[in-house]
Every structure is written in C-alpha cells, then in structure tokens.
Design a protein around this ligand. Structure first.
Ligand code: DCP
Ligand code: MG
Length: 373
C-alpha cells in the first residue's frame, strides 16, 4: 500500500484567517505613553524596584533588538539593554482585555466563526461570512486596517485554507505582516521553514528531529510517515500532515468551547404513544449528536434523556457512560435504558423528547489506529 494513504485527504476549500497583534501589551502601553516610542519598552515589574524579581510579559520591537523576549527574567533584560533606553511598565490587564474585546467585535462583524487563542490572537473561518466578501485577503486587510484605525494598533495576519498554515503565515512577516499561502504554494512554503517555526514542535521534539537530520519542512516532508508515527506516535502523525499542509482541525467558536453540552429536543403533537416510535426518534437524535461532537472533536461522558407527558410532567434522567464517547451507539444504549426505566410516559403520551450529550472531555487529536500497519 502507498504509505501516503495513511494520511487523511487534504481539504483546501476552507478560508481561514489567523490574526495576531504585534507586541500586544507593549503596543498598548506605547500608545498610552508616546514618549516611550523610541525606548526599549518592557511590560512587567521592574526588577530594580522589586528585589530583582519580575518577568518580561512582552516587550516592544526596540527591546527585541537587544535580545529581550517574553518570559525572560526582568533582571536579564536589565543586563541586555543600555540603561538610558530601558523602561518598564506594569501590566494593566483590564485595558488589554478591553482592547481585545474591541478587536473581537470587529472580527464578529465579519463572522461568528471566531476562535480566540489568546487576548491578541484569533482564528476566523470566513468560508461563509456576513459581509459576502469573495476575497479572503481583502477581508483580512480590511480587518487589519480597521484595528489600526479604531484602536491604533498593528497586527499581522496569515490567510490560508487551514489553521496551521494561517498561523504560520501570521508569524512569517511580523510585524504588520500580511501573508497569503495558497494551496498550490503550501508545500513549498512549508519546505522553506525551519522546523522551529512549526507551531507545536517543542524543544524536545526539535532535538529529536535534528538527530534524524531534520532541520526544515522540506526535510520533514521526506521522512516516511511510518517513521514519524513510530517515533512520535500521534504527534508524529500530525507532523507528517502539517509538513504536507494538511490540518483538518475546525475553527471552534468561543461559544462552543464554553459550551457544556450538545442536545436536541422536539415537541410532538400528536403525542407519541409507541415505544418503537420514541426509540426511533432517539436513534435519530443520537446520530445527530455524533455528527455534532465529531465535528468539534468533543467526547461526552454523560447522556441525559428528557421526557414530558401530556400532563406536562417532565423528567430528566442522566447516566454516565463507561468511557468518553462520540459514538451514537453508546449514546443510544444509555438513552434507551433510561427510557425503559421511566414509567407511565407512553400511556399518557410523550409530548417532548430530548437527548443531550454532556460533560465533555475535549480531544484535540482524533484517535488513530494506524499502528497495525
Ligand atoms: N504574553 C505573556 N507571557 C508570555 C507570552 C505572551 O504575558 N510568555 C502576553 C504578552 C503579549 C501577549 O501575551 O503581548 C500576546 O503574546 P504574543 O506571543 O502574541 O506576543 P506579542 O503580541 O507581544 O508579540 P508578537 O508581535 O510576536 O505577536
Ligand atoms: Mg501577538
């Protein structure tokens, strides 16, 4: 068998934007203190006033020229930057949150398919969007311009057909970057990148890859999928996909992430008196739940059945599954048991029937079963 067949088929039909603010906290502070524009500005406690304690949350691009970066000890920044150029500003999260909310409101003018990754970073799925704009690049440019005009801050974006590439794109030309990666260019673009630039490859994996002689995306593309699978398990499988420009993860909207359950219920007029009919509806509901959960990469651990009879007597019954699942058969088994444990509903007539899957365990990666090959 062709080993490339181990990989899922690519989907190049979505239109995804990844937008990330440039030196976010630092830019907010520079806007507030224009007198610091030429300084190396660091957001964080000043270690000189704080017994040597303090960490760099972020810094402006001037400070980065000296090698300062996020998560560095403040005291090290003091060593790197000439004293007369250095300024520390205490973080003001309330303002960062407010600015972030404003930026998000602009995003939601385009689409509600917005997944926030941080205060300053989000994915937008604009395949279908509210403004009916055909050009994804134009949408991204307009958003970038609007943020600059309305809140006075710069951002970078990447446009592509999946999240991985869009994110690579927004990093690629920072600051004030605009990068578009077309399906026909993806493999070449990835080939040119150092593997350090691949989101999700941490220092340990980097080291392992270097030992295998893999330094660039092109090197990674040449490694057999099975080798990556054996060495890095699931992560290797996703590395192989990413190297080829495949990333099927959906944009998970913020409201969905916070969502506690997915359910479906319907009212019936006339009421249902037949067990078979009720079970058949439930089977359909469970099928719907499976589709919804799979799409979002969620697995539920609890199933809830809701029934209401003609006298408006309502019960909800819940039961835990033996293991987290997105399988309709698991849901149906439990829902059916719960249904059979109720009394009197069929005699009175069921006027509302619902099944809900809840208590999610979020799965980032699809379970795979390729080790048998
Ligand atoms: N942040 C933090 N601690 C870190 C990393 C980030 O507090 N270790 C905060 C400060 C940043 C914000 O999150 O302003 C956004 O993180 P980014 O990684 O996007 O960094 P910046 O926006 O500051 O810079 P860039 O221009 O590289 O995006
Ligand atoms: Mg940023």
């Amino acid at each position: 068998m062709n080993r490339e067949n181990l990989l899922p088929q690519n989907d190049i039909h979505r239109r995804i934007i990844h937008l990330d603010m440039d030196a976010f906290y630092a830019s907010v502070e520079t806007k507030r203190h224009p007198e610091y524009r030429k300084m190396a500005l660091i957001v964080g406690q000043d270690p000189r006033k704080n017994n040597g304690h303090g960490v760099v949350a972020t810094c402006n691009y001037e400070a980065r020229k000296y090698g300062v970066h996020s998560a560095m000890a403040g005291i090290q920044a003091v060593r790197l930057v000439p004293k007369e150029k250095l300024v520390f500003v205490k973080p003001d999260f309330a303002t960062y949150r407010a600015v972030s909310a404003k930026i998000h409101s602009f995003m939601h003018e385009i689409t509600d398919q917005v997944e926030s990754v941080a205060l300053d970073e989000a994915y937008l799925d604009v395949t279908h969007n509210k403004v009916g704009q055909e050009s994804t690049v134009q949408l991204a440019l307009d958003l970038q311009k609007k943020i600059r005009r309305e809140v006075g801050l710069n951002s970078s974006f990447g446009v592509s057909y999946n999240k991985f590439l869009a994110k690579m794109g927004s990093e690629y030309a920072k600051p004030f970057g605009r990068t578009v990666i077309l399906p026909s260019e993806a493999k070449r673009f990835l080939g040119m990148q150092k593997i350090e630039k691949f989101p999700g490859i941490g220092p340990k994996t980097q080291e392992e890859l270097h030992k295998m002689g893999v330094y660039t995306g092109a090197d990674l593309q040449k490694v057999d999928v099975l080798v990556l699978l054996k060495k890095f398990k699931k992560m290797g499988y996703f590395l192989a996909q990413h190297a080829r420009g495949i990333d099927l993860r959906p944009v998970i909207t913020d409201s969905e992430v916070n969502r506690k359950s997915i359910g479906i219920e319907r009212t019936y007029e006339p009421a249902i008196y037949s067990r078979d009919e009720a079970l058949s509806k439930m089977r359909n509901y469970c099928n719907y739940l499976e589709t919804k959960l799979k799409k979002r990469n969620f697995r539920a651990t609890t199933v809830v059945l809701k029934l209401r009879d003609n006298d408006f007597v309502t019960v909800t019954k819940r039961r835990k599954l033996h293991h987290p699942s997105d399988d309709q058969l698991d849901f149906y088994d439990v829902a059916k048991d719960l249904f059979d444990s109720t009394n009197g509903f069929l005699e009175k007539g069921i006027r509302l029937l619902g099944v809900t899957a809840t208590d999610f365990e979020k799965e980032n990666y699809q379970p795979i079963n390729l080790f048998d090959y």
